[in-house]
Design a protein around this ligand. Structure first.
Ligand code: ADP
Length: 457
């Protein structure tokens, strides 16, 4: 301001001085002439700068600021500084908005910003994909034209957005979406969409599971309570009584097996049950399994055992024994008497270990194969029940194998038989047992005495 005042006074001071000098030397006429010329020059100078200012002010605010001279220099300088500060502020704001948009785009949920009339203002890529929107065409379109599920229309009109709603995606009937409106600012809304297909699938599986378990338990319970009532109401002879008690015992055993399998499954699934790896020799396990198979078959099948390549396995011996045992028990239960069952172990060239059970049983049609490991999935429910099946055996096998990064390979031909093979990954299999390992001498003893390859009983 000081500078402005002092610069502003320089020109008038010069004109005043020149006027006084002219008046003193040349008289009043010359003095007035010099005063008039000075005043005209000052007016022209200021008019010129006013013109510059008005031209700049009528253009865009971020246009170049003119350079002012004399008393106008500080004014234009101040304007220049203000414009520069504003430009920097706008730049920061643009960066902030860009960062905000990047964050909104990275959010795993869909977000659509709606104006006060529920028209689309903006949407992140996830919302575009989930709701099938295209910003190029759909900006300013009413959301109800694009999300057309009646549940959503009712939700939008209700004005009560405390809870989300769950709808089937309009684009893909296999996708389930959770939609929630969140009012913000004064009259805007945010539509949040989330893909809950997996959660819904889990909830459906849980409902089905509970229904299945209830049904599986209800059947034997009904039979048992029926027999108890009959025994209470009727006089039975000893033979009838024994038959009824035997049938009740069978049903109780069925329930016991079911509960045991359910407990095994829940233990396998428990997050707290971490797999504890141990290294064990495969040969003794194969011999144990072969003995169990003999006991189960009761001499009705021709059983063979091919121990193949000596190896040790890294994993849970109990869990793998239960999985392999389930496959053997299935082979026996689904192979009619006088059929054959071959149990084998080998180490493939890629180092993976393969345990397999092949039977000459009833086989499974190809369309059932992908579903066999689902809980309670049975090709023939009554046959499974009649042989003491719970419908959970292969589900248990699947879980054990998952924990060991192993795979189940099934080959089957209806009426001809099946092969269920477990492939253990190479890192879990060591071909020759390390020297000095107790498993090594055990293996040698067993291979010498049992000569197991191709043994049949
Ligand atoms: P289940 O207790 O019914 O045997 P699993 O889960 O062990 O239950 O097996 C599921 C279904 O797979 C069985 O009900 C049966 O239909 C079929 N299955 C399993 N193993 C065999 C096999 N070796 N031969 C023929 N069918 C089999």
């Amino acid at each position: 301001m000081k500078l402005f005042v002092s610069r502003g006074l320089v020109a008038p001071a010069i004109v005043a001085l020149a006027t006084l000098v002219a008046w003193a030397i040349a008289g009043t006429g010359w003095a007035l002439a010099i005063l008039a010329i000075g005043a005209a020059a000052a007016i022209a100078f200021h008019l010129y700068h006013l013109q510059l200012l008005s031209e700049w002010a009528s253009g865009p605010l971020d246009g170049p600021v003119p350079v002012g001279r004399g008393s106008w220099a500080p004014t234009f300088g101040a304007i220049y500084r203000q414009v520069r500060t504003r430009a920097a502020y706008q730049r920061d704001l643009r960066h902030l908005i860009a960062r905000f948009q990047q964050a909104a785009e990275a959010i795993p949920d869909g977000i659509v910003v709606l104006d006060k009339t529920n028209r689309i203002e903006w949407a992140n890529p996830r919302a575009l994909a989930q709701l099938g929107l295209d910003l190029a065409h759909d900006t300013s379109a009413p959301i109800v034209n694009l999300v057309r599920q009646p549940e959503f229309l009712r939700y939008l009109e209700s004005g009560d957005y405390r809870e989300p709603i769950v709808v089937v995606s309009g684009r893909d009937a296999r996708m389930t979406l959770s939609l929630q409106l969140v009012p913000f600012s004064l009259d805007k809304k945010m539509l949040m969409s989330r893909d809950v297909t997996q959660l819904e699938e889990l909830a459906r599986m849980r409902r089905d599971f509970i229904a299945n378990v209830s049904h599986e338990l209800k059947t034997p319970l009904t039979v048992i309570s029926g027999f108890v009532e009959t025994m209470q109401d009727m006089e039975l002879d000893t033979r009838q009584r024994e038959r009824f008690l035997q049938l009740m015992l069978e049903q109780a055993n069925n329930m016991q097996r079911l509960v045991a399998d359910l407990l095994t499954l829940s233990t396998l699934e428990s997050e707290h049950n971490v797999l504890i790896d141990e290294r064990f020799a495969i040969v003794p396990l194969m011999l144990e399994l072969s003995n169990e198979a003999k006991a189960l078959s009761k001499g009705q099948h021709e059983l063979s055992l091919d121990i193949g390549d000596a190896a040790t396995v890294l994993g849970s011996r109990d869990e793998l024994a239960s999985a392999f045992g389930n496959l053997i028990s299935n082979a026996i239960r689904y192979t009619p008497a006088r059929g054959w069952i071959a149990i084998a172990w080998r180490v493939d060239t890629d180092g993976s270990g393969v345990f397999s059970v092949t039977d000459s049983g009833i086989g499974v049609a190809a369309d059932h194969l992908p579903r066999l490991t689902e809980r309670f999935y049975r090709v023939d429910r009554s046959r499974s029940r009649a042989t003491g099946g719970t419908g959970l055996g292969l589900a248990i096998v699947k879980h054990v194998l998952l924990r060991h990064q192993a795979e189940l390979e099934i080959k089957s031909e209806i009426g001809r038989g099946s092969t269920f093979a477990v492939r253990l990954p190479a890192p879990r299999v060591e071909r020759a047992p390390p020297t000095g390992d107790p498993a090594h001498s055990e293996y040698q003893e067993l291979t010498n005495s049992a000569a197991p390859r191709g043994t049949s009983s």
